[in-house]
Design a protein around this ligand. Sequence first.
Ligand code: PLP
Length: 383
Amino acid sequence: MAYLDNAAGAPLRPEAAAAIRAATDSGLTNPSGAHAAARRARDAIDAARDTVAAALGVDAAGVVFTSGGTEADNLAVGAAGSARTGALVCSAIEHHAVLRPVLAAGGRTVAVTGEGVVDLARLDEALDPKVALVSVMAANNETGAIQPLDEVVAIVRAKAPGAVVHTDAVQALPWMALSGALSPVARCDLVAISAHKIGGPAGVGALATRGVPVRPLLLGGGQERGRRSGTPNVTGILAMAAAMRAATEQRADEVARVRALRDRLEEGLAEAIDGVTVSAAGAERLVGHCHLTIDGVESEALLVLLDEAGIAASGGAACASGALDPSHVLLAMGATPAQARSGLRLSLGWATTASEVDKALDVVPKAVGNLRRHSRRIGAGVL
Ligand code: PLP
C-alpha cells in the first residue's frame, strides 16, 4: 500500500514505539500518589513536559497535556473566557476543532484569499478592543497553506491589545520550528499540538500557554495545575515526547527529502491529468501536502478507486464517518460546491518512500481516466 494520508495520521515512529514499550515494561501508572511508583511516573512526565515545552518555546509550567489536538483547541477557545469576556474571531479555514467552539460561543470568522491565506485587511477590519480571542492556524490541514502569523499577531496587538492569540499548530508541528526567534508561532499566546501527526500515538496532545489563564473543560481531581482534570495518559505523553525529539532532530533532512518527493508527485500529476489545479499553489505551503482539485471528478468516487488500487489518500479533512461534505476550506477560498467536492489530498510524512510516490504517479491518472470514461458513458446513456 502507498500510505499518502500522513496529514490524517503519521505512522508511529520507532522512537515513540520504543517509549511505549519502555513505559509499559517499567509499569508506569498513575503519577498522583505518595509512593515510589507514582514518583517515577511523575518524574517521567516532568521530563516529557520539558521536551514539549522546549519544542513549543514555553516554560514547562505552561504545558497542559490533553487528549489530542481537538481538546487543546477547545481548551484554547475556552481560555478567552477566563482572560476576559468579549468576541471570538477565527479564520474561515480553521479545523472544526476551533471553528465549532468559536461559532458555538457566538464568534465570527474572517475571510481568506483565493490562495487559502487569511485576508489580513479583513482581519484588521474585524478587530476592535472588545475582541477576547483571535485564532489563526499555523498551517491549514487540507491545503497545507502556511498562515502569516507574524502579521496576524501584529494586527491583533494593535487593534485588540487585550486579546489572546491562539494558533492551531497541529499540522505545522512535523515541518516547522515552533520555538525560537524566527518562529512566528512563538509569538502566539496559546499553541495547540497533537502527537499523531508527528509519529506519536493518537489520543494525546498539548496546549502551550504563555501566561494565559486556562479555564478547564474537565473538572475533577485538578491535575495539570487544575487546568485539565483526569489521570494523565503517561504512556502517550512519553511517546509524544519521544516522537517530538525525533522529529526535531530529523526535521531538516525530512523537510528536504519530503519536499522533493512532494514536488515530483505534484508536477507529475499536474502533467498527466487534464483539469488539475494545485490548491494554494501561490502560497507558502507545508512540504508534506499535495492538495489538488480535479475537474469533473468527485473525491468520494476517486478515493474508492484509489483504495482498491492500494493508495490511502483523502479528500480533505478526515471526519468521523469518513463521509465527505464539500470542504469548508475550499468554499472559503472561492471554490464552487462541485469543486469543493473534488479535492484530493495526498499527504506525505516522515515514512513516505519514493516508491509510494511512483505508485501514486502511476495509479492516480489511471483512476481519474477510468472515472471520466465512466461518467462520459453515463452522460451518453450507455450505462
Ligand atoms: N487541528 C488540525 C489542524 C488538525 O489537522 C487536526 C486533526 O486532523 C486537529 C486539530 C485535531 O487533532 P486530534 O485528531 O488530535 O484531535
